[in-house]
Design a protein around this ligand. Structure first.
Ligand code: PGA
Length: 253
């Protein structure tokens, strides 16, 4: 069964305006020569979202994602951005549940469930990040840990809403560390996540859900990771900040 292949670049808190526009334009220029079989998602810092979304609007397979949103629609929340604001810019995606937000902003599974609902109600699709810390993997409890994250933040969605979710499996010990999960570890967890979706929803929904791998993905390891049956692409941090590396990762998909 076919499902969407995707490579997403999470720029995190990097690049000034000129650097961001240069990177976006380099990626878009290269993307124009591609077949469009892989959806390319750029997740720049929020001040650049609108401009970069406008730059990419002629290419149906290049989409823009925000890196977070608030769980309320509007109100006295200084510094925050709502899902409906993102939707009003015609953005396609918002990344939610990234381990850096869970850690530095103390985002809980319950809050993330609210953010996921807010995003979907606003009409956005969600790239939902999950993944275990090293201590949990060492105890061989990574499957249970990730299942609990999915249960707590996604399983309240109905069968229509869950189709708006892309899952990104990002083992915390692999993010920004240069230590990638092996292709076998990635495949095993992706198959587990897909199976969990099948059990909660349906086999059809599971087979059409895009599941990305994230954590020190680079041009050298992307091919082996993406060759796995259940790995539909990547969520790329560091290597998405250099156009050439990011393009090579897309081409590995
Ligand atoms: P990394 O980040 O590729 O730099 O490890 C991935 C992510 O945090 O999404």
């Amino acid at each position: 069964m076919s499902r969407k292949l995707m490579v997403a670049g999470n720029w995190k808190m990097n690049k000034n305006l000129m650097e961001a526009l240069t990177l976006a334009s380099q990626v878009i220029t290269r993307a124009k020569k591609m077949s469009g079989q892989v959806e390319i998602v750029l997740a720049p810092p929020s001040p650049y979202l609108h401009t970069i979304n406008s730059m990419s609007k002629d290419l149906s397979y290049v989409k823009v994602a925000a890196q977070d949103c608030h769980h309320k629609t509007s109100g006295a929340f200084t510094g925050d951005i709502s899902a409906s604001m993102l939707a009003s810019m015609n953005l396609a995606y918002v990344i939610l549940g990234h381990s850096e937000r869970r850690k530095h902003h103390h985002e809980s599974d319950v809050l993330l469930a609210q953010k996921v609902s807010a995003a979907i109600e606003a009409g956005l699709s969600v790239i939902f990040c999950c993944g275990e810390p090293l201590s949990v993997r060492e105890k061989k409890e990574h499957e249970l840990f990730v299942l609990q994250q999915l249960e707590a933040s996604l399983w309240h969605l109905d069968a229509t809403q869950i189709k708006q979710i892309v899952v990104a499996y990002e083992p915390i010990w692999a993010i920004g560390t240069g230590q990638t999960a092996t292709a076998e570890q990635a495949q095993e967890m992706h198959a587990f996540i897909r199976n969990s979706i099948a059990q909660k929803y349906t086999q059809t929904i599971a087979q059409t859900t895009t599941i990305l791998y994230g954590g020190s993905c680079n041009p050298a390891n992307a091919g082996a990771l993406f060759a796995n049956e259940d790995v539909d692409g990547g969520l790329v941090g560091g290597a998405s900040l250099k156009a050439e590396q990011f393009i090579q990762i897309i081409q590995a998909r």
